[in-house]
Design a protein around this ligand. Structure first.
Ligand code: SF4
Length: 359
């Protein structure tokens, strides 16, 4: 490969010889003007792993509640008890949200001040018994940590009990940016920090629960902080090995307005590509269409992404922050998004078992 930015040649040499990229390489990936060169590098790595395949799942988002004791400054989703827009769903409500054909439910919510851990345990059990064909991906590390802060249930115990109740995997949320500076500025010091977030994912992995990882970017973080976040995830994966997918999350300006406008699509493509190149031990990197928009996600399939998440029926967190993407896509629209990029859609379950290759 030849590059407009010749500094990328050294990265290409490392990529070809499967050599791990350094922190300086990571900073270069976020700084280079050669976006297309960066994309070709990441696409090479993606294709080496997955060929033309791009994964998706028929899934349903469920937020049992948006009532939360915290007030993270980037969050448009949370409400205080009794505040307009606050909602609390019963277990029956949750069961009623799952229609036939769904393979995965993604259950996350606010840090409710009163709901005991046992309520969530019963919820998982009810979904598992009522819908045994559905895989349950639920509770961010921040929520698992909150069960300790509020109810003094150690993560090892809560995760073991939730697994016994029917939990299959954990989502990757709650990581935000692993930077104490940003955590202080955006008032999320009251939840799991980088060490605790990684510790909880390590515990999940040791219990046989695969998990995902995320990074919320496009607000006040620096490019170096993005690189450090990714390297911290890579180090944790070296230790515990249970991460399936990395999902870069574009900050939605919404009503929180930490920055005047959403980071541009070129930044989303750059971040997908840099993630694919730095996270050499992560099986999958996602183009999360809910936050990037469908068109950018489709182009992201040429910048290192091999997954578009799924139909995401009734996604609320990004849409309460005024994300402009549709609130859920039908399978046919996902197939079109993937095929428009010239890729082969592969329908999967929550654990990446292949259900159908849509040739
Ligand atoms: S990001 Fe999560 S913990 Fe923070 S306020 Fe929103 S719901 Fe609560």
């Amino acid at each position: 490969m030849r590059f407009v930015d010749t500094r990328l040649t050294a990265v290409w040499d490392k990529v070809q010889s499967h050599e791990r990229l350094s922190r300086d390489d990571g900073v270069l990936l976020f700084e280079t003007d050669d976006l297309l060169g960066l994309g070709r590098l990441a696409d090479h790595v993606k294709t080496r792993r997955h060929g033309a395949r791009v994964h998706f799942v028929i899934n349903r988002y469920i937020n049992p509640t948006n009532v939360c004791v915290l007030s993270c400054k980037f969050c448009d989703f949370a409400r205080k008890p009794g505040q307009a827009g606050a909602f609390e769903n019963t277990i029956e409500d949750v069961l009623g949200m799952i229609r036939d054909g769904v393979r995965e439910v993604h259950i996350v919510g606010g840090h409710h001040p009163d709901w005991p851990f046992e309520y969530f345990e019963r919820m998982i059990q009810a979904v598992h018994v009522g819908r045994p064909e559905v895989q349950i991906k639920a509770f961010t590390a921040a929520e698992i940590d909150y069960f300790w802060r509020r109810w003094k249930i150690e993560p090892k115990e809560s995760l073991a009990r939730l697994k016994a109740a029917g939990l299959h995997a954990m989502p990757g949320g709650g990581a935000e940016i692993f930077s104490k500076r940003v955590a202080r500025a955006l008032a999320y010091t009251g939840k799991a920090d980088a060490d605790r977030w990684c510790e909880i994912h390590g515990i999940a992995h040791s219990l046989g629960l695969p998990t995902n990882a995320t990074m919320l970017y496009g607000h006040i973080e620096t490019k170096a902080e993005r690189v450090d976040h990714l390297l911290r995830l890579r180090a944790q994966q070296d230790i515990s090995g249970g991460f399936l997918t990395f999902i870069p999350l574009v900050y939605q300006v919404g009503d929180t307005k930490l920055v005047p406008r959403q980071t541009p699509p070129t930044d989303a493509l750059r971040t997908i590509a840099a993630s694919r190149l730095l996270l050499d031990n992560f099986p999958h990197v996602e183009a999360y269409w809910v936050m990037t928009g469908e068109q950018t996600a489709s182009i992201g399939l040429h910048f290192g992404a091999d997954d578009v998440n799924g139909t995401l029926e009734d996604e609320k967190i990004a849409h309460m922050a005024r994300a402009e993407s549709p609130a859920g896509l039908a399978r046919e629209q996902l197939l079109r998004m993937i095929r428009d990029a010239g890729k082969v859609p592969v329908e999967r379950d929550a654990l990446y078992n292949v259900l159908r290759v849509w040739n």
